[in-house]
Design a protein around this ligand. Sequence first.
Ligand SMILES: C[S@@+](CC[C@H](N)C(=O)[O-])C[C@H]1O[C@@H](n2cnc3c(N)ncnc32)[C@H](O)[C@@H]1O
Length: 200
Amino acid sequence: MILRDVSRETKERLDLYATLIEKWNPRINLVSRASLPNLHTRHFADSAQLHALAPHPVSHWADLGSGGGFPGLVIAILAQDTESPARVTLVESDARKSAFLRTVIRETGLAATVITDRIESTAPLQADVLSARALADLATLMGHAERHLAPGGTALFPKGATWRQEIAEAQSKWQFTSRVDKSRTDPDAVILHVTGVSRA
Ligand SMILES: C[S@@+](CC[C@H](N)C(=O)[O-])C[C@H]1O[C@@H](n2cnc3c(N)ncnc32)[C@H](O)[C@@H]1O
């Protein structure tokens, strides 16, 4: 549903991305084997909803722990149509996954940069929008947001059914403002919009 209104070029980039995932997945496990037949619904649409929810126009979007590129590469592909974000940075510590991300960027002609490093060691990214999917609990993500968000920036964190508990735990260590949107792809999941992160 979310990816219906995209250009022919964007559809072609997503198809090429899907082909590359299928080719590389047996070697480096980018997505679970069970989810491979449902790439468009399970991973592309799940990632694209973050683009739809972000406060555009966005200058710099950083995706932490990108793995096979979710949501970061989908954001970079959609940005080719909307010119927002202008720039995407993906942080991934695994060298083989980083090589995959760079291959997709090259073959689809995207404007995105991969940093092969730990999030904790990467120089502050000053991102206007920060995303991280299936990376860590919310309290840990707050530390990443404090380091890598520009002043006034927004973090978008997809979270599963435990999101209320994660907010309560994060509030014992961090001050922040959060807004909750229901996920469009999973009835139990939400997208947390987090701003104003500082230590409690
Ligand atoms: C469970 S995967 C999720 C990948 C992707 N975001 C997704 O939703 O499919 C987590 C990824 O984060 C990377 N990662 C975990 N801790 C990291 C860290 N401290 N710095 C950089 N990358 C990290 C792992 O190598 C892995 O590729």
